[in-house]
Design a protein around this ligand. Structure first.
Ligand code: ATP
Ligand code: MG
Ligand code: MG
Length: 414
């Protein structure tokens, strides 16, 4: 992907936007971009630099993402709504073309990493609650105030907020030699070029060394940080990121949305969608946080497709598909007969969320019942019946105090 139209190759110490930003280390990547930790020499803060691939379709996607991120940032001046903010954006020309770059506030590790660090055993319910409150705050903001549907909510797209103030980091002075020279000055020839090259090399090495020392300090839960650190405190705050697939509710873009395991039934059946698709993904995410396992992991089988297995898994856990839903979508006839039963998967093994939590995940009965009471309405197969983010925020399960949870011995993890 590092070719014309693709990713821009970045090295530690590279400068961007007339040397305002200096790349420090790679934070992650996706289908559209690579994301780098960068030092902002203007504000002396760390930022995340999302450098988009350069082909026209990626540029267009970035323009859309910037539009959405701008609305999010402008309407949340206090930065308290649990959605990532856009600091700036600019173009960067490289060997593979012109790349749109988004400067985002720097966040920590994703909650998917948190689940992995915990060896897929699930986080204790105190932490799950805190994370749920943040996600719901973010969704309530996106949905009610901005009329934006995220369409790709999942653990990977929820990032923890770094707890350490990175502006105290001395990395700036070490990088000064290459920071404050105008771009293009390396193009000179002869001895100057050699000296500059050496300077640049030395600065890069210094940056790398300091970055290595600092791991575990900056970013709070950066991938290199030992998992125990992430699992200690209970002040778990996080933000929703990756608005690349988000859309305005009155201007839907794609028909097939959401990552498979977090996809709502109305999307599979193509019966139209809106905000409730995010609520569905939220419930799947909350379940995964608490158990360490995906709520639905459909697979195709002999004589049935992945979609059909997915619908079967939903019905096994949540009950019969309401007739209106089973027959009303563009793809309903492919999967359901006129009674609302699946055509090709006849025998379903009925269970319930609370039974699953007790039997498979060894939750204490009370915890299982209460968590299931929170999740079940959000997983209503009828999207119109699902509660909104605002309504979920009022749910008694989120208001439970830590004391009660501890007394109820809800810690799955030691
Ligand atoms: P996708 O294929 O998921 O759409 P993408 O190219 O749109 O990917 P993002 O998902 O936005 O890119 O970012 C890729 C990764 O970079 C994230 O999964 C995360 O690890 C990291 N990342 C993104 N934004 C930030 C941020 N603000 N702070 C820290 N890390 C970030
Ligand atoms: Mg992503
Ligand atoms: Mg994206």
């Amino acid at each position: 992907s590092y070719r014309k139209g693709g990713y821009h190759a970045v090295r530690v110490g590279d400068s961007f936007a007339a040397a305002r930003f200096i790349s420090q280390r790679k934070l992650g990547w996706g289908q559209f971009s690579t994301v780098w930790l960068a030092y902002d020499t203007q504000t002396s803060k760390y930022v995340a630099l999302k450098i988009q691939k350069s082909a026209p379709e990626f540029v267009q996607a970035a323009v859309h993402e910037i539009e959405i991120l701008s609305a999010i940032t402008e309407n949340d001046p206090k930065n308290e709504k649990c959605v990532v903010q856009l600091v700036d954006h600019f173009k960067h020309r490289g060997p593979n073309g012109q790349h749109l770059c988004m400067v985002l506030e720097y966040l920590g590790d994703s909650i998917l990493h948190l689940i992995r660090y915990n060896r897929y055993k699930g986080l204790d319910l105190i932490k799950v609650r805190e994370i749920c409150k943040c996600i719901l705050t973010g969704l309530n903001y996106l949905h009610r105030e901005l009329r934006i549907i995220h369409t790709d909510l999942k653990p990977e797209n929820i990032l923890l907020i770094s707890t350490v103030n990175p502006s105290k980091d001395p990395i700036r002075s070490k990088t000064t030699p290459i920071l404050e020279r105008p771009e293009g000055s390396l193009a000179g020839g002869g001895a100057v070029n050699v000296i500059e090259k050496k300077l640049k090399q030395r600065a890069r090495r210094a940056v790398a060394k300091i970055a290595a020392e600092r791991r575990g300090v900056i970013g709070g839960c950066a991938p290199e940080v030992k998992p125990e650190r992430c699992l200690d405190g209970i002040d778990f705050r996080c933000k929703i990121v990756d608005l690349g697939n988000a859309c305005w509710a009155d201007k839907l873009i794609a028909e097939e949305i959401q990552t498979r395991q977090y996809r709502a039934p109305e999307v599979i059946l193509q019966s139209g969608y809106s905000f409730p698709v995010d609520m569905w993904s939220f419930a799947c995410t909350a379940f995964e946080l608490a158990t360490g396992e995906m709520m639905f992991a459909p697979k195709p089988g002999p004589g049935f497709s992945e979609d059909e297995d997915h619908l079967a898994l939903m019905m096994e856990l949540l009950g019969k598909m309401p007739k209106k839903i089973a027959t009303g979508g563009g793809r309903s006839k492919d999967y359901f007969d006129r009674h609302g039963d699946l055509k090709r998967i006849r025998r379903l093994k009925h269970s319930s969320i609370s039974r699953l939590l007790v039997d498979k995940f060894k939750f204490p009965e009370t915890d299982a019942r209460e968590f299931a009471e929170f999740l079940n309405p959000i997983l209503d197969l009828d999207p119109e019946k699902r509660p909104t983010a605002q309504q979920c925020l009022q749910h008694p399960w989120l208001r439970q105090t830590a004391a009660k949870t501890v007394a109820g011995k809800s810690n799955l993890v030691g």
